[in-house]
Structure formats: structure tokens, C-alpha cells
Design a protein around this ligand. Structure first.
Ligand SMILES: Nc1nc2c(ncn2[C@@H]2O[C@H](COP(=O)(O)OP(=O)(O)OP(=O)(O)O)[C@@H](O)[C@H]2O)c(=O)[nH]1
Ligand SMILES: [Mg+2]
Length: 255
């Protein structure tokens, strides 16, 4: 607990036996609930997660592999059901620096933002830490995501995010794009819901983990999700329409 808010961290994990325990042990003590979502790993991820679990840890498992976006959606639903006020996402492969969690969630805790996005391009070491193919790909995908959503973001693909309970409820995670490309779908929804977005500098961490991202994801899948986002971002949210209708009703009854 920080400043009276209940904090949950969602950890998607697929075949992360080598890194999941270390990742879980690193999560700061102020986190109230850790929701690990094992996306039907075929290695010992679950056993290693169990080994590192403590009373605040919840272990969920998909019956079949559904993708990182779907795993995050499962974790967010659990966090909402269990009363989280602030929710953050940290990958199960140790790529999010736990020392940065407090600064990532700070704008949500204070109410200054509804959605916080990590920005690895603010890391002075990014040129050395992030493989150049990733730097190029992330820059290009971020450029098109900016165009499609109108949001001022530098690092669309960064998975280190935090959001408020209200934002999590409004973003309708149950229909989120299930695989790579989910961050771009999420940003389109953030734009549609007119949420207040803040970017925070985070470290670019590339270590011994193996990425599941394939060239076809960067070339075809993510661009397709970005394109869809044009439509998503432009749609007016239902609650705004409701408010507009309510307003018109008030005007009419004033007459
Ligand atoms: N590859 C993959 N990862 C999944 C899946 N479901 C959950 N995950 C988890 O999602 C997180 C991110 O996956 P990565 O493949 O490392 O992708 P990334 O970190 O966005 O991309 P890189 O910058 O290339 O590492 C990891 O913690 C995975 O364990 C899945 O179906 N496939
Ligand atoms: Mg990774």
C-alpha cells in the first residue's frame, strides 16, 4: 500500500522458467497483489512461480496459449475483482526494473494521470541497451501509432504501464488484441476514452531473456493493429454519448 491505495501488479509469463522467480522476488513490498498469468507455458514456469510466491501472489493459468495481450487481460480482470486501485504491468522476463515501479505508478496514485506509459527512449543508455533493430522498429511503430491515435507517445511498444481502476474498467480488456500489437490497440482505446496519458522514462533492459517477437509481427501484425486503431481511436465512447444525451435531456426539460 502506498498512500492508502491498493496496488496490483500483473505479470504475464510464457515459458519464463529461467527468469520468473527472480522477477517475482524483485517486486517491491508496497505491492499488495501480484497476479501471475501463466499463458500455458510448456516449461516449468508455473513451478518456478510457485516457488517464488508469497501470500500476496495469485497464480492463474490459461488452459491454452492465448498471447501476451490476453494474459494481461486475465490479470487485469483479477486485479479489478480484488479491489485494486492502481494496476501496473511488469513482464515475466525481468525486462522491467522494479526500482522504477514507484515512479511509474506515482501519477496514477496522485490522480495526475489515468494511464502511464514507460518510455525507454528517455534512457540515456538506450542506444547501447536496446538492439538497433528494436530501436528502429519501435521508432517506426511509435510514429504510426502517434498518427493513428493522436497521442504524444515516443515508445508505443513499451510494456511497462500503469493505470487507474477506472481506466482499467473503461478500456474493456476482455476484447483487447490478444497477441503482439496489444499495446497499440490499448493506446487506441486510451485515445477513444480520452484518458489522461503520461509517459515516464524507464530503463531499456535486454538481458538473457528470449523475445517471442518475430519479424512478421513487426512488419504485418502490429501495423495492422495500428491501422485498426484509427477506427477505434475515432469512435466516441459510449459514456460520452450517454453524458451528451443526459445533457440534451436536461436542456429539453429546461424548456
Ligand atoms: N512470446 C510470448 N510471450 C508471452 C505470451 N503470453 C505471455 N507472454 C509474456 O509477455 C511478456 C513479453 O513477451 P516478449 O516476447 O518478451 O515481448 P517483449 O518483451 O514485448 O519484446 P522484446 O522487447 O523483444 O523483449 C513476457 O513476459 C512473456 O513471458 C505468448 O503467448 N507469447
Ligand atoms: Mg521481452
Amino acid at each position: 500500500v502506498l498512500s492508502g491505495k491498493r496496488i496490483a501488479v500483473v505479470v504475464p509469463a510464457f515459458n519464463e522458467a529461467a527468469l520468473i522467480a527472480e522477477t517475482l522476488r524483485g517486486i517491491p513490498a508496497f505491492v499488495d497483489r501480484i497476479v501471475v498469468v501463466d499463458d500455458a507455458s510448456v516449461d516449468d514456469t508455473l513451478a518456478h512461480a510457485e516457488g517464488a510466491a508469497c501470500p500476496r501472489t495469485e497464480l492463474l493459468r490459461h488452459a491454452e496459449n492465448r498471447g501476451v495481450g490476453a494474459a494481461i487481460a486475465t490479470g487485469i480482470a483479477d486485479a479489478l475483482r480484488n479491489g485494486a486501485d492502481v494496476i501496473a504491468v511488469m513482464a515475466g522476463d525481468g525486462q522491467m526494473d522494479p526500482d522504477e515501479l514507484a515512479s511509474v505508478i506515482a501519477p496514477i496514485e496522485s490522480g495526475a494521470a489515468d494511464f502511464v506509459k514507460g518510455n525507454r527512449f528517455l534512457d540515456p543508455n538506450v542506444a547501447r541497451a536496446m538492439p538497433w533493430t528494436r530501436q528502429l522498429g519501435n521508432r517506426v511503430l511509435s510514429f504510426f501509432t502517434r498518427l493513428a491515435t493522436g497521442l504524444a507517445i515516443d515508445d508505443a511498444q513499451c510494456g511497462y504501464v500503469a493505470l487507474s481502476r477506472d481506466a482499467a474498467a473503461r478500456l474493456a480488456f476482455d476484447s483487447l488484441w490478444p497477441r503482439y500489437g496489444y499495446p497499440n490497440d490499448l493506446l487506441a482505446r486510451v485515445a477513444r476514452e480520452r484518458l489522461r496519458l503520461t509517459e515516464i522514462g524507464v530503463r531499456a533492459v535486454y538481458g538473457s531473456e528470449r523475445s517471442g517477437v518475430r519479424l512478421r509481427d513487426a512488419l504485418f501484425v502490429v501495423p495492422w493493429v495500428i491501422l485498426r486503431g484509427l477506427w477505434t481511436a475515432a469512435r466516441r465512447p459510449v459514456h460520452t454519448l450517454d453524458r451528451a444525451r443526459g445533457h440534451r435531456h436536461d436542456l429539453l426539460s429546461d424548456l
